[in-house]
Design a protein around this ligand. Sequence first.
Ligand code: ACM
Length: 540
Amino acid sequence: MINTPLRAIGISAVFIFLLPCFHAMSEEAAPAIIPLPLSMQVAPGAFSIDAQTALIAPDAAHTVATYLALRLRKVSGFKLPIRTRRVHNDSTTIVLRLAAGTEADTGEEGYRLSVRSGQVDILAATPAGLFYGVQTLLQMLPPDVHAPNPPRLAPGELRLPQVEIADRPRFSWRGLMIDVSRHFFSKQQLKKTIDAMAMHKLNVLHLHLTDDPGWRVEIEQYPKLTSVGAIGDRSNPRGPARLFFSKDDIRDIVEHARQQHILVVPEIDMPGHAEAAARAYPEFFDGEKTFNPANPDTYQFVKNILTEIMGLFPSGYLHFGGDEVRDHLWADLPEMDSFMQEHGYTSLHEVEEHFDRFVSNFIAEQGYTPIGWDEVVAFDVSPKTIVQWWLHLRPQARDQAIAKGHRIIISPTNYLYFDYPNAVGEPGAPWEGNDNGPNSLELIHQWEPVPDSYTEEEEAQVLGLQANLWTEFITTNDYYEYMIFPRLSALAEIAWSPKGNKDLDDFKKRLEVQCRRYEAMHINYRTPGEWPSDFTYITN
Ligand code: ACM
């Protein structure tokens, strides 16, 4: 993905010409779109989807057209044929257009959406842009359109208000991380999450696949990673269940995400946070939970695993972790002295650097983009490495990454850790960010993630934002959803909508409608005060 620094959107001359008249006519209620589009003008009038409505799309947009047709067929029962051009008896049409050169207006992922009484037009430079236009269109319909098995709506309900929208994202990386190691979450739960992400125009699902409690992805060359390493979770360390994704599961998740323009980015956390792998293959570890960088065979083990991972995840990104390498037993390893002598190292810091540099360079040599948590910025890792800033108490790591020329993803604990409580006294993780209070919906929505002091060039190094759901304490699907929703709406709005004042009251009004959509999707979103009082949750 290419990050385009925010520029004033170039709206076409036609569009500018229309603005005054739309504005003058407009006292219409705006549809409740989340994230808020860059510009939206509403006028009296509507487009009604009926039995004669056809979709017109070029072959290159056929996948998006099919997605829209299926969604609309489910709620309407209409045929909604897809054609490459209009025929004379099409009374109303929804036209999807891909126009090269439109990027000047819309960027790679933006779109223009125009609804008139007889025709809807969505114009974009890419299928992703059309897909986001379709998401906006779906949010103009009743919330039930988001149900997996929606009820049949009456024809009169399938009305789109007359609007002109020009929209494009602020950031190209709009992500959510799910930790499936501490507690495992099923393929079905991830697909449900992907569907909800698509509705929010988010585009990266980062899977934290490995950590101390469990290794959650099949690796053919090392079957014990799952036959041993996938046993149990943080609540039940001895299992008995083996909890992991087979390669077919992963392909299924990746394809489900791909159809909705979401990249799945795998994380294999190393050299620390690896106790599950150490249980399976202790010969490559330090006797506890950290890879052994002094054993030359460890590097082949790492290469073989990462090669299988790259074969499974076509996203082009591979996160190698690199965080919290501490409490290791490296100093006690019999081969460490000679390893350090051989390389002229005088500290274990240099040993850690050696490992991270090897891994990041290997990933980059394979044509993938390495990603590491912000600890890696202390090292001379591949310059291609994207640095993910997480610890809010360490803003200097973020700034150092920028100064060294890395691209960064912004994920600080005190805003974007969704395992932290929504409000005082509510469930959530008791560590890092809690000293700054809960990560409320309001706090996230009102936050400007890029420091004011950044120059335009520095801001262009900010790829985007990502929220993280660590699951030490999150044991059920209901709890998982309670922590993500509706904060995901606030994330979407700061990741997509333009920089600047964000109207919290207006957001909350739109959120009321968004919550009806969550209900249609059977999502257990948080309603303040409704956490079951008899629920006991683990906090250590
Ligand atoms: C992290 O939270 N250890 C990246």
